[in-house]
Design a protein around this ligand. Structure first.
Ligand code: ZN
Length: 455
């Protein structure tokens, strides 16, 4: 839908504007320069250059950063062309070819501290109306790239799975405080909830995450595109210290390797080194009581993109405990993991897979999902690397499955060194349990879910 918007702050330039729209290329350049500095959504590099292309009745202008990588500038130029083409299409559709139109595209590239480059493309489409140039549409597109590899990144390669929850909390307070209920749209909360549909447009600037909200979402359409700037200090646990260059193709087979009972010592260090070597990830379900001794492995696991889950404090049968004791087992462990790694687990694997309605009720009220398994290597029983490897190899189709191992045995470490390259060679992507659920179902696990195999 096209919304007519009066450009805020317009009347400061009323002399120029009210007499008529621009008459020549020099006046057009003045118009563009003002338009670019009005309602800036982001800062451009000081070397950014503007390319003006004055033509009646459809003029364009593009501002670009000069300092960027070749792959991003090629990608950017392609996207700019597409934006301009779309604006042009709107003109002919409306049969108003005789009126003056301007499509102004502002772009910028930002580097974050974690190895991500962000590209933002901001399009403003103006149309002549009663001898004035009126801003009719604003639109923002954002893209993430790996600085080292130049490849486009998915949000979860630069941010942790909890980023929407963090942003949502900040957004609620910020919008309420800044605009108050009376200026916010009736359904504004739908656009700031932590649903997967929200917070998909953002850039990382190095000390701030800037989220963009389409016009006519949280605020009245006259505000145009709305920005929300969140300093990194409020997003600390949500920004990966280093981007993952791993890309997950949702159409290719994927498997979640999981390790229980750690964090462990040497055996787990060996497992982590193997994962890192092959660019693979796993999910570790930790016992809270071991974090003090082996927290360094938990930190390493988080750094290389593994997921960390809860495996109780000291491995009791949860179903034999009172609700209060069960809660304490879960909460103490979450707290210890969070203190060591900065990540609050969303997943729990009940020790022994011991699970009933009461256990699930408590897990749900702790806002967590439980994870069981589909391939049991029985590594704790055989303690035999060959047998462990075989128990994985013999499964015909591993896509969507969850493999269970334990990171506290050297034999398991040895088996992992065979299993991971075998999975890679056979075309399996290793993913975390949350990623498996997300890519297979389109949604992240939610409180109370019981996860086994996902098709
Ligand atoms: Zn266990």
């Amino acid at each position: 839908m096209i919304v007519t918007i009066l450009f805020t702050g317009w009347y400061g330039y009323s002399n120029f504007i009210d007499t008529n729209v621009y008459q020549n290329s020099r006046e057009y350049e003045d118009f563009v320069d003002r338009a670019l500095y009005e309602k800036e959504l982001f800062k451009t590099n000081s070397n950014a250059q503007v390319e003006y292309d004055y033509e009646e009745p459809f003029a364009t202008a593009v501002r670009k950063d000069t300092e960027t990588t070749d792959s991003i500038s090629a990608f950017r130029d392609h996207k700019i062309k597409a934006r301009i083409k779309e604006c042009k299409k709107m003109v002919s559709l409306e049969e108003s070819e005789d009126l003056t139109h301007a499509c102004i595209v502002d772009t910028s590239v930002h580097s974050s501290g974690n190895g991500a480059d962000s590209l933002v493309i901001y399009t403003k489409f103006y149309e002549e109306q009663d001898r004035k140039m009126v801003l009719r549409i604003t639109d923002v597109q954002t893209y993430l790239f790996s600085h080292d590899m130049g490849k486009e990144l998915e949000p979860l390669q630069a941010l942790n799975v909890n980023f929407r929850a963090k942003a949502s909390k900040f957004a609620k307070e910020y919008f309420e405080k800044t605009f108050g209920e009376e200026r916010l749209k009736e359904d504004w909360k739908d656009y700031i909830s932590d649903s997967d549909d929200n917070y998909n447009k953002f850039i990382l600037t190095g000390n701030t995450v800037i989220f963009f909200f389409n016009e006519d979402t949280v605020l009245d359409p006259s505000y145009g595109t709305v920005t929300l700037k969140i300093p990194y200090q409020y997003m600390q646990l949500a920004i990966r210290p280093k981007v993952l260059d791993r890309y997950i193709d949702p159409n290719k087979p994927m498997v979640a390797v999981t390790f229980d009972d750690g964090p462990g010592g040497k055996s787990e260090t060996r497992i982590l080194e193997c994962l890192e070597k092959y660019g693979a990830v796993a999910t570790f379900f930790y016992q809270g009581m071991l974090i003090d001794d082996f927290g360094y492995n938990a930190v390493k696991a988080a750094e290389i993109g593994c997921e960390i889950g809860n495996h109780s404090w000291d491995h009791p049968m949860l179903s034999s405990l009172s609700k209060k004791k069960m809660r304490s087992q879960i909460e103490r462990t979450n707290e210890a993991i969070k203190n060591a790694t900065g990540i609050k687990p969303d997943l729990i694997r009940p020790p022994y897979g011991d699970f009933n309605k009461k256990v699930n009720g408590v897990i749900k009220s702790e806002d967590m999902a439980s994870v069981l398994w589909t391939v049991d290597t029985r590594d704790w029983e055989s303690r035999n690397p060959k047998k462990i490897f075989k128990s994985v190899k013999k499964v015909k189709k591993l896509d969507g499955k969850i493999i269970l191992m334990h990171s506290i045995y050297n034999e398991t470490a040895k088996a992992t060194e065979k299993i991971i390259p075998w999975l890679v060679k056979n075309g399996y992507q290793t993913v975390t349990v949350s990623e498996l659920v997300k890519y297979k179902t389109g949604k992240l696990p939610k409180a109370g879910d019981q996860i086994r195999t996902i098709h």
